[in-house]
Design a protein around this ligand. Structure first.
Ligand SMILES: Cc1ncc(C[n+]2csc(CCOP(=O)(O)OP(=O)(O)O)c2C)c(N)n1
Ligand SMILES: [Mg+2]
Length: 414
């Protein structure tokens, strides 16, 4: 067999065999995919074996992993002294973030936003990790990190300007050490690594955290960032939210080994955490950030979670995945499991949940009002902030645009 025919053979069958499933059904599915959109039935290639997954709260809200001989004792020690107040805080963050997200989705449907990328289902991954960061740490997000933004103190309404098309970002990254959203998949892993190398030269003891998705893990930028971070011992935590999908591509097409294991090949630790367990995510991220601050270099966290909604409001997931997959993940809902734990431990009463409901309503109302009142931008604002100082090329483009705009006025005048 020549190399080119080998490359054309459906890869699915080889991977499926390795994962202990039959290849025949997968081959048929793969062949069909070339002629029409096929909804994916998941093989075992990427499923999270329970032994690999750091979990401190079960989906039923039961606290686990506390025993001294637990394989996760080292991580669990990072939340040993967590108080009921802090636990309620995590719950509140997740509820308000979900409410904000639902409001933004509704606003897109009403024509107030051009697009929205929902975080539904990923609240624990984002709040757990976001709350682990210190004020002086620096965060590099993708476009879905609304929960992390919340933890960094970015006003949620500021996240909406870009999605309404009235600005290119909407917040000053230096105010909250929260970089602007990055759409170019995986590129922020390199920005984060460079930034982390820089703060080491400054003598700071802060850490950097880079968020990216399972799809981004296939980008060259991410592998390059891993290698640079490793060889320069940069204080950066790579936080991969494996939400199972990259638009319509399942994570089987991103990797043949669990993503967290990639770190080993680059020479730093990798850990897979239950991304729907806010407590476990908080613990593991604290562990990774603290070792980075101590000068022990990078770490990779794979938060194993699920994108419950569509990729964005422009996407229809019913075309490529089955409803039962979502139903299985609904049973592992991050908010529900923390609520169950809070109730079982008598850490929260009806008064707390009631007040939070009112707070959610108020947030929703504020978000709607602020978005609707956002002024249209000056047409020429797009040329601002391209360079710190003036630039001849930008001047030329501005002049061209001015002439183009003027042509409408002339046409109207005719
Ligand atoms: C370099 C680059 N290639 C392709 C795209 C188009 N694109 C936007 S989102 C996306 C999928 C990303 O999936 P993943 O990294 O898993 O993140 P998720 O959307 O699931 O959070 C792609 C391919 C892009 N924005 N940038
Ligand atoms: Mg993804």
């Amino acid at each position: 067999m020549t190399e080119s025919t080998a490359a054309r053979k459906p890869r699915r069958s080889a991977g499926s065999k390795a994962a202990g499933t039959t290849g025949t059904k997968a081959d048929t599915t793969g062949a069909k995919r070339t002629t029409r959109t096929t909804r994916t039935t998941r093989t075992a290639a990427n499923k999270a074996p329970e032994t690999e997954l750091v979990q401190l709260l079960t989906p039923e809200g039961e606290r686990v992993g506390t025993a001294k001989n637990s394989p996760y004792a080292e991580y669990a020690s990072f939340v040993d002294g967590i108080t009921p107040d802090e636990l309620r805080g995590l719950y509140r963050d997740m509820v308000l973030t979900r409410r904000f997200d639902a409001e933004a989705t509704a606003l897109q449907r009403q024509g107030e936003l051009g697009l929205w990328a929902s975080l539904l289902g990923q609240e624990a991954a984002q709040i757990g990790s976001g709350r682990a960061t210190r004020e002086d740490d620096y965060v590099f997000p993708t476009y879905r990190e609304h929960g992390v933004a919340w933890c960094r103190g970015v006003d949620p309404t500021n996240l909406l300007g870009m999605f309404r098309g009235v600005n290119n970002g909407g917040w000053d990254p230096n105010s909250n050490n929260f970089h602007l959203y990055t759409i170019v998949i995986g590129s922020q892993a390199l920005h984060a690594t460079g930034y982390a190398m820089g703060i080491t030269k400054d003598g700071a003891d802060s850490a950097v955290i880079a968020y990216f998705g399972d799809g981004a893990s296939s980008q060259g930028d991410v592998s390059e960032a891993f290698n640079f971070a490793a060889v320069y011992n940069a204080p950066v935590v790579f936080f991969c939210q494996n939400n199972q999908w990259a638009i319509s591509e399942s994570n089987e097409k991103q990797t043949r080994v669990p993503l967290y294991q990639r770190a080993q090949g680059f020479g730093f630790p990798g850990v897979r955490v239950d991304g729907n367990d806010a407590l476990a995510v908080l613990a593991v991220t604290r562990w990774a950030l603290e070792r980075a601050r101590r000068g022990e270099g990078p770490a990779l966290i794979e938060a194993y979670t699920y994108r419950m909604g569509a990729h964005t409001t422009s996407d229809d997931p019913s075309r490529y995945r089955h409803d039962d997959e979502r139903a299985a993940w609904e049973a592992k809902d991050p908010i529900l499991r923390l609520r169950r734990f809070l109730e079982a431990e008598n850490h929260a009463d009806e008064g707390f949940f009631g007040e939070l409901e009112s707070e959610s309503e108020a947030l929703g109302k504020r978000v709607r009002e602020v978005v609707r009142a956002m002024p249209d931008p000056d047409r020429f604002a797009i040329f601002e902030n391209v360079y710190a100082d003036g630039h001849a090329l930008v001047d030329e483009e501005r002049a061209q645009f001015a002439a183009y705009q003027a042509s409408f006025a002339e046409a109207e005048g005719v």
